[in-house]
Design a protein around this ligand. Structure first.
Ligand SMILES: [Zn+2]
Ligand SMILES: [Zn+2]
Length: 287
């Protein structure tokens, strides 16, 4: 792969802004829309016991999420231009030959991106919860107390810019291969949509597991929307644990809504009444 032929001129900038905006919009509407249709409509009955808030938001609220989310996508276009400029000037650490650092590094670099972004988000999020930013910026996201998959990008554009700014920063600090970048982009998007989905999809007991307990769940972020003052992290639970901001009833509420083995097994059909009657008739003479 050759990244040296990139140029920073007006046609490239315009193509990039429009292309990135269109791509992120289609991805947002299709994936959030699909998860919404599956969990809120097509399989609504099955997902109902796992719905974190028993109420279903009205169309006006969902449209509000979609509008704010779409406005925020402009940031992805703008920051793509910033990244292009950094790349053309030679400031990023992007490398294209896997052999340069090996596959082990490629996997480790991906893990590092998630760990660093989680720390970046946690402290940015704590700042956003100070009185001034909550009133003027972050309150826009907290309007949605009962979020749907469309709330994933529904933040004030200033907050969106601060969050997306992580991307050029990490590209300048850490050598990353396009494969790692691609996996990160897809995984962070999917996690964000499920995190705002409003339904728990993980197995019961996983928040108490040694390894599984390190990862956030849809319940974790739903509780942030519900209680506002707890569960600030993005991917991992350690910052909330360390700083004493984990919701007290996190594990209990998670287990209440999580998936259990019984949910996945088909229900055994009830025996026909004639069968019960014939069995009792056969048993009674023996008494
Ligand atoms: Zn918040
Ligand atoms: Zn949220």
């Amino acid at each position: 792969m050759n990244l040296t032929h990139l140029s920073f001129d007006l046609p490239t900038i315009l193509t990039l802004v429009v292309g990135v905006f269109a791509f992120t919009f289609v991805r947002y509407v299709l994936f959030s829309g699909l998860w919404y249709m599956v969990s809120y409509h097509w399989l609504r009955e099955w997902f109902q016991p796992h719905k974190l808030n028993a109420r279903y938001p009205d169309a006006k609220t969902i449209l509000g999420e979609l509008k704010l989310g779409t406005l925020n996508l402009v940031n992805f276009g703008i920051f793509a231009v910033v990244i292009l400029w950094l790349q053309v000037k030679g400031y990023t650490q992007v490398y294209t030959e896997v052999e340069r650092f090996g596959w082990g590094y490629l996997v480790a670099s991906l893990a590092i991106v998630f760990v660093v972004q989680d720390a970046y988000f946690y402290w940015l999020h704590r700042l956003l919860h100070t009185r001034f930013f909550m009133k003027h910026v972050h309150g826009a996201h907290h309007r949605f107390r009962n979020p749907t998959p469309f709330a994933a990008f529904a933040v004030h554009p200033i907050e969106g810019a601060a969050e997306v700014a992580f991307r050029p920063l990490i590209l300048c600090l850490l050598p990353l291969h396009p494969i790692a970048i691609g996996i990160y982009v897809v995984a962070s998007f999917v996690i964000n949509v499920f995190g705002h989905g409003g339904v728990e999809v993980l197995p019961r007991g996983s928040t108490r597991g040694l390894i599984t307990g390190l990862f956030n769940t849809p319940t974790h972020h739903y509780q942030h929307h519900k209680y506002v003052v707890s569960n600030f992290s993005l991917y991992f639970t350690w910052w909330d644990k360390l700083c004493g901001t984990e919701q007290a009833a996190y594990h209990e509420e998670f287990d209440e809504k999580a998936i259990s083995l019984d949910d996945l097994l088909p229900e055994a059909p009830a025996p026909a009444p004639e069968l019960i009657a014939s069995c009792s008739a056969r048993i009674s003479p023996l008494r």
